[in-house]
Design a protein around this ligand. Sequence first.
Ligand code: SF4
Ligand code: SF4
Ligand code: SF4
Ligand code: FES
Length: 943
Amino acid sequence: MYSVKEPDGGTPLRISTRRVTLEIDGTRVTVPAGTSVMRAATDAGVRVPRLCATDTLEAFGSCRLCLVEIEGRRGFPASCTTPVEAGMKVRTQSDRLAQLRRGSMELYISDHPLDCLTCPANGNCELQEMAGVVGLREVRYGYSGENHFALAKDESNPYFSFDPTKCIACSRCVRACEDIQGTFALTLEGRGFASKIAPGAGSFLASECVSCGACVQACPTATLMEKSIVDHGQPDHAVVTTCAYCGVGCSFRAELKGSEVVRMVPDKNGQANHGHSCVKGRFAWGYATHPDRVKKPMIRASIDDPWREVSWEEALGYAASQIRRIQAQYGKGAVGAITSSRCSNEETYLVQKLVRAGFGNNNVDTCARVCHSPTGYGLKATLGESAGTQNFDSIDHSDVVVVIGANPTDAHPVFASHMKQRLRAGAQLIVIDPRSIDLVRSPHIAAAHLLQLAPGTNVALINAFTHVIVTEGLHKEDYVRARCEPAEYEKWKAFICQPRNSPEAMQETTGVPAEQVRAAARLYASAGNAAIYYGLGVTEHSQGSTMVIAIANLAMVTGNLGRPGVGVNPLRGQNNVQGSCDMGSFPHELPGYRHVSDPAVRAMFQAVWGVAIEPEPGLRIPNMFDAAIDGSFRALYVQGEDIAQSDPDTQHVTKALRAMECIIVQDLFINETAKFAHVFLPGSSFLEKDGTFTNAERRISRVRKVMPPLAGMADWEVTVALANTLGYPMHYEHPSQIMDEIASLTPTFTGVSYEKLDRLGSIQWPCNDRAPDGTPVMHVDEFVRGKGRFLVTEYVATSERTSRAYPLLLTTGRILSQYNVGAQTRRTQNVVWHGEDRIDIHPHDAEQRGIVDRDWVAVRSRAGETTLRARITDRMQPGVVYTTFHHPESGANVVTTENSDWATNCPEYKVTAVQLAKVAAPSEWQRRFDEFTKEQHDLLPGT
Ligand code: SF4
Ligand code: SF4
Ligand code: SF4
Ligand code: FES
């Protein structure tokens, strides 16, 4: 539990080895050089009055409230903009200062509505507080002069309001939007009395604003205010927890009034986000108490039967009896489970333990199968560890940033803001993507190179890129000789230098002019520090693993590994996708990525779990589907995952689901998979449980219970109860005990405990005797596997080709306001920004087909057909179309195919050959989907 108000040092913390000693109100204080007098005063225990300063923003010096006297200096300098000097003697209080401060406050208050008692910020308003601090008792100018009281409120944003009558023109919001968020949506127009804050395009909703909330957080008055606070009042306490959306893993203070969450405020001490947030974590938490939440367990014998609400005991008893019956009838391997990258490490660990120890097989897989499994394979094979190499702060040291197949401003927004800060400070940007993503050109940022390649040609492009570096001698031979396996390096070098890998030879394949590739490669290789960030545009291909290996090869050959500012950084999609992989969710690996066939590893787990573990890897998700259709796989426990919507080739997935005899879904809502389920176990949101998530930088952060589970049990408790009902005993009183077990069995986690997490705030694994406080940057002196291993990355074109019947390539992705299958974000006001999935088409392709903006368009592939509304945009290159998959009725995965990565089976979501045609009616699949949705809705209790 934490108090609501966070301390504010007034100006940002400075880091310097040079220390400066000065005197403030007679107290000696020593601070880093570059510190402001205001911050030094805070360190000396003196709070100088202020309005325009806050420690998240550089000082601006406009309000004149923080004036001080400095011995030997004329006038009254502003303490926020005055840096400390050795021997300075500062006075923060005197009659003259008090008089000046009161004068400034009088001016503010004379143009401020005097409705403090009914104002939503009452008790948490810096203007109100400062009026008290400076001892304002009267306003000599009266309240009848010129004022701003007639200005209209802007209520256009669904989450916050803007009341210009309360604005004091301190520009904190403008600076937050520019310096922290990097969107530049606000301006301070006019001068003096006429100055006012204006969002571009007239209103917040119509402006460039991305609703990150930074301005709201920075505003010292009620001008920018969360509507949740207007509706419910100010919070009385706060709990620090971790966002449950994306892999950035932002730390938040969940602020509560009584037992009700009234606001989520990004935590200034958050080591992944440093006090910043995006629209999802900051505002889109209302799904947690949405009326659609299922709060009672339910069972049914067939998916054509009505659901029956039952007790937890009956639901678990029925689930356990079905699992045992099916195993008795079809064999031990006829059942399995899918863990969730949205659930905690502890919950995921328990599900894989239940499968291995309770089901007695290794049929466990996770949704990372369909996103970052190639990352695990590729990085492990080359570097020896299947995770990203850096911390986010590493980017502060990068000179060149390469973004490949990722769209950080939409999918990893808080890290994107951090990246943009570095790019505005001078780092150069190379983007490799079929689309021109937002980062390519945004305020004060222009990518040095956009290599707009054809979907499916990543490996051809990266080979050409690396060919330039090695053939032009721009690589770091000394680094490679010292740190990598020589024989494999020579073999790889001979391969990469072959003329067939040159940009000129690959130009026709990739569609990228050779000179562009050469220029970008030279820039990357000549940087002091060059870092690669990549996303699902790398992994979700038939050569996803090859591409990850090629990226690691590139980083090794240029010496860009093992220090801040460099590295290979997968941007993980879901909040705990890193953790779910770490926890042994894959069918071939026990926690810590140790193969189930290793007898020593099995022996360690067997000793603690008390049962024998099968040495044979189990089924991957696609194999489970195939086996279900064949009849050999009959029951599935799915925790927090919606495979019917998220997995490719929907018709194949639903056929498999229909074929099974017992599907147990544990989730917050009746999702698409639950429509095929026989047992529904209500899930708990991140606000309802304790645990940990691990973000894209291997950072383990605490999730803390903010309110009791709505259905009475947290997810980890449900798995424990299911195991016990099945006859495999599990006893844990608290998730910390689960983490203790994980730590005792996993070498990279041996130093992790809840006590240490509470003490340090978060920990990046490996955390053990060699690195007791964790590991921000990996592979520093040597690679985890010892010597780095180059592997040949032959380009093999995907079998998914365009043809006369399917002349366009469809690629898929996500957008800022929605998250994955949208189950959470669709149940928030985020639908204002994205109420439907659209198909993005280049104007040329649209014109050829007579399609105009907003037309209904049939999207046909070899796998199926769906209908989406068109958006015509020149962000696309001709021949390439794009859509998102946030709305189930869109059926984006009806058209994606079963093609997958050769090493990991990660689906090839990013390349599907399609044809488009203007239509008037939904597709046949959509018609059946609507019917089935209605039937299933009618089978729910109370309908
Ligand atoms: S919410 Fe964020 S993007 Fe929008 S105006 Fe405020 S700071 Fe800028
Ligand atoms: S809206 Fe708030 S932060 Fe922005 S200038 Fe006005 S008072 Fe300051
Ligand atoms: S960037 Fe990701 S983790 Fe951070 S608030 Fe947004 S969704 Fe949550
Ligand atoms: S706080 Fe220093 S001038 Fe406003």
